[in-house]
Design a protein around this ligand. Structure first.
Ligand SMILES: Nc1ncnc2c1ncn2[C@@H]1O[C@H](COP(=O)(O)OP(=O)(O)O)[C@@H](O)[C@H]1O
Ligand SMILES: [Mg+2]
Length: 250
């Protein structure tokens, strides 16, 4: 329930298993993320990273095990999943913006529809967030006129508009042209500086090294190594980790 400092983790999964048919994708994962902590999840393609993230906000139902959020078990019958998800911002590899809405409306919509924020207040917050991600000038643009990096920054602003307690990122820069990766990572760096709790699946080792409090290495559905970045990269725990790191540009 509590970590070594006696605090309740923001998110915790215990003995988490997930199968798709016969295929067991998560094989008993235990992971607690503290309030204000930044955890980078890395590992080979197909190892279960996205599934782990999606189980945390119940986009996938675990086959067994427990998911806890802010001290409450959330994978139980009767839990209002939408309410829980509202508290967790999620940014995907592909941007999932509403193509028929302007940038401003993309960032305003859920505030008015879900949070029932008044239109003026929602727009004011949206404008502040667009300024924060460097897109104040684009509020009347439609998503298809934006670069991939700009779309992803709108997606981040849209998630932040819901005042989430935690932000989950699933390879937010993997679909971007290289020149746009840094602008998105810079936005994420700023969230880190502000103390946002973040779980980030990424192949960007530079970001993981500078921004994460902890690196979690997932392989074949299990956490096989975890450590603060300095130790994780400086003294890899196993041949498997070394082998993975050698193949990935840093
Ligand atoms: N909805 C699904 N149905 C069936 N198999 C899935 C589904 N989602 C993921 N998988 C499988 O689970 C494994 C892990 O996938 P994923 O969590 O996406 O890995 P990663 O994000 O590490 O690349 C893969 O073999 C993938 O094909
Ligand atoms: Mg994935």
């Amino acid at each position: 329930m509590t970590d070594q400092h006696g605090a309740t983790p923001m998110i915790e999964v215990r003995a988490l298993r997930k199968s798709f048919g016969e295929h067991e994708v998560l094989k008993g994962v235990d992971l607690a993320v503290a309030r204000g902590e930044v955890v980078a999840i890395i590992g080979p393609s197909g190892s279960g990273k996205s599934t782990l993230l999606r189980c945390m906000n119940l986009l996938e139902q675990p086959s067994s095990g427990e998911v806890w959020f802010e001290g409450t078990q959330i994978n139980l019958p009767g839990v209002d999943v939408n309410r829980v998800r509202m508290r967790m911002g999620m940014v995907f590899q592909l941007f999932n913006l509403f193509p028929h809405l302007t940038v401003l409306d993309n960032v305003t919509l859920a505030q008015t529809k879900v949070l029932r924020t008044g239109r003026d207040e929602a727009q004011e917050r949206a404008r502040a967030l667009l300024a924060k991600v460097g897109l104040a000038a684009k509020e009347q643009a439609y998503p298809n006129s934006l670069s991939g990096g700009q779309k992803q920054r709108v997606a981040i602003a849209r998630a932040l508009a819901m005042r989430p307690a935690v932000m989950l990122f699933d390879e937010p820069t993997s679909a971007l042209d290289p020149e746009m990766v840094q602008e998105v990572l810079a936005t994420m760096d700023e969230l880190v500086r502000e103390g946002m709790t973040m779980v980030v699946v990424t192949h960007e080792m530079g970001f993981a090294r500078r921004a994460a409090d902890r690196i979690v290495f997932v392989d074949e559905g299990s956490i096989v190594a975890q450590a603060p970045p300095e130790r994780f990269f400086g003294a890899p725990a196993s041949a498997r980790v070394r082998q993975f790191l050698e193949k990935i540009p840093t």
